[in-house]
Design a protein around this ligand. Structure first.
Ligand SMILES: [Zn+2]
Length: 202
């Protein structure tokens, strides 16, 4: 085996269109509702751009609403199955702060905002990130029913498991808006305008 033949980095790069999409977004978004509205908006544009699935996330300082990072699903653009919105938001926040623990000493508390409940991968990724708050636009069967993405075998007690680790969970802040994004995506899949990329179908 020759090391030069092996990749030496994992790059989950966020798309260039985020620059203009975020141009009118302030550095601080004080309300939960407005932070959720931003992730719903980014999720909708993300699939339309062909970047990946209809998913977006952000990390904010809990007390102030200062935006530390945003993330979108980049699975199709990167060819890396890890590239979910939660992972790109957590990773870019940690990279910016130089901290693998967003709840570490000397840091303010951080919140992860996502447009739907995490899949099995992001359940773990969120739990180990150091956030103390998880805010979801929606949760429930609508995501899998409309998008047909397999979110994996989530345990029924996932909310309790977060809260046992000091991570508060806020559900269904703007569920109807989140569902509308999935409905538009569903229509596009049905007419050949978008791709569902489950690696393992049940
Ligand atoms: Zn995920």
């Amino acid at each position: 085996m020759h090391l030069p033949h092996l990749a030496r980095a994992v790059t989950l790069e966020l798309p260039a269109w985020l620059d203009d999409e975020l141009a009118d977004v302030p550095d601080v978004i004080p309300t939960t509702e407005d932070r959720v509205a931003l992730v719903n908006r980014l999720a909708d544009r993300n699939w339309r751009e062909g970047n990946g699935g209809p998913f977006a996330a952000l990390i904010a300082e809990r007390a102030t609403g200062r935006i530390v990072s945003v993330g979108v699903n980049v699975v199709l653009a990167s060819n890396i199955s890890l590239g979910h919105a939660e992972v790109t938001a957590i990773g870019t926040a940690q990279s910016r702060l130089g901290a693998w623990d967003l709840g570490g000493a000397g840091l303010p508390e951080h919140e992860l905002v996502v447009n739907w409940r995490p899949c099995v991968q992001c359940y773990g990724a969120a739990m180990w990130s150091g956030i103390t708050s998880l805010v979801l636009a929606g949760h429930g069967p609508e995501c899998e029913e409309l998008t047909t993405f397999d979110e994996g075998p989530m345990i029924d007690t996932w909310v309790e498991a977060f809260e046992e680790r000091g991570i508060s969970v806020t559900l269904d802040v703007a569920k109807a808006d989140a569902v509308r994004v999935f409905e538009a995506y569903r229509d596009a899949v049905d007419t050949g305008g978008a791709v569902v990329y489950n690696a393992r179908q049940a």
